[in-house]
Ligand binder design. Structure first.
Ligand code: FO1
Length: 349
């Protein structure tokens, strides 16, 4: 594992802080980040040997779109609301205590998508973001302005400042990912996913540094195709990951052959990958074979895949993966850090 040399030096030399970078989509990534922040704030306030940790999330923006002339960024917003404690924990997206008065008016005027609800509080975010973008700020700058309102404890970086929206190609024609996902509930078989203009997109400022300068890199339990796949598809990001000195640990978004939330299974099927913790690990590939993973966390119910992944050069670990609350998410985060570097073995979490 290329990261070992650096991590040993990390162990022997007390460093100012340890940089942890997390590739993340929406809901699963948001819960993981909340657990990681909790673990580092609560269980390791002094980090390791006097170090503290700096968390950076590199976030998928392929789900983004212009709707009613507003820029909507679902994964950035899911993470922001969750870390701010303002998210609707039940619905899995949007704001807690949301109302939909403006949305009803927009529908009455035939503006926007009746199947895609923009809540009143959520509209505040989209109006603020659109204001900053129309004022000439980049998505990175707009995200910094918006997230500054809350003490998130995590830096959110869009994967790119370019618009690389995911289009879903189906037999009934192609459509924006959000229409496929929210109007059709991913029930139309997807033939392909295409990120528009991805070949000319650039990683957002800070993204390559967040990868190259990380001490630990985590692939969050997000949709491997349209979230993680989209991030890694931005020119330069995959190469930065493969060359990074940090170990890369992934967390399976699949438990016992089923998705934890959402419809990642429909996405995996579309690219010919089985819906299993083992198949997703092999899809990401082992670092030693030019892929992304040094280690892979599977749920205890998938412990049999640990031996199966050994020959592929992926060190798998079977731990509880369900993130039911902040404490269970924190334990998963502790297990993830331990898989990256025994130095970060959890104490009392
Ligand atoms: N998901 C739905 O199933 N129905 C909606 O009406 C809906 C609206 C919505 C508005 C803003 C936003 O940021 C997210 C929204 N989502 C909705 C969730 C969204 O489709 C997902 O969070 C991701 O894009 C999928 O990972």
């Amino acid at each position: 594992m290329p990261g070992h040399v650096r991590l040993v030096s990390l162990g022997s030399v007390s460093v100012g802080y340890v940089k942890i970078s997390v590739l993340s989509g929406g809901v699963g990534g948001a819960r993981f980040l909340r657990g990681l922040r909790h673990h580092l704030r609560e269980a390791r306030p002094d980090g390791v040997g006097g170090t503290t940790a700096e968390i950076t999330a590199v976030v998928n923006t392929g789900d983004d779109m212009w709707l009613s002339s507003l820029r909507v960024a679902p994964d950035l917003d899911s993470i922001m609301y969750t870390l701010a404690g303002a998210n609707d924990e039940v619905r899995g997206w949007g704001r807690v205590g949301e109302t939909e008065r403006v949305s009803a008016e927009l529908t009455a005027y035939g503006v926007g998508w009746p199947w895609f609800t923009l809540g009143d509080l959520d509209l505040g975010t989209h109006i603020a973001r659109s204001h900053f973008l129309r004022s000439g700020l980049t998505l990175t700058e707009a995200t910094a302005r918006i997230t500054a309102r809350w003490d998130l404890g995590v830096t959110l970086l869009p994967m790119t400042d370019d618009e690389v929206e995911t289009q879903v190609i189906t037999d009934e024609g192609s459509m924006h990912f959000q229409e496929w996902w929210t109007r059709h509930r991913a029930a139309l078989p997807a033939r392909r996913f295409v990120q528009q203009n991805v070949t000319t997109a650039n990683p957002a400022p800070g993204v390559l540094d967040a990868i190259g300068g990380a001490d630990i890199i985590v692939i969050a339990p997000s949709n491997p195709v349209v979230s993680i796949g989209t991030i890694v598809g931005i020119p330069g990001i995959r190469a930065a990951l493969v060359e990074a000195s940090a170990p890369i640990v992934g967390v399976s978004p699949i438990i016992k052959g089923a998705v934890v939330r959402g419809m990642a299974d429909a996405c995996l099927t579309a690219i010919g990958v089985a819906t299993s913790a083992e198949a997703v690990a092999l899809h990401y590939g082992s670092r030693s074979a030019g892929g992304l993973l040094d280690a892979w966390l599977v749920d205890e119910t998938d412990a049999d895949s640990v031996a199966a992944l050994e020959p592929a050069g992926i060190a798998a670990l079977a731990v509880p993966l369900w993130m039911r609350d902040v404490e269970s998410s924190a334990r998963l985060a502790a297990d993830t850090l331990r898989a990256a570097d025994p130095l970060w073995a959890a104490e009392g979490v």
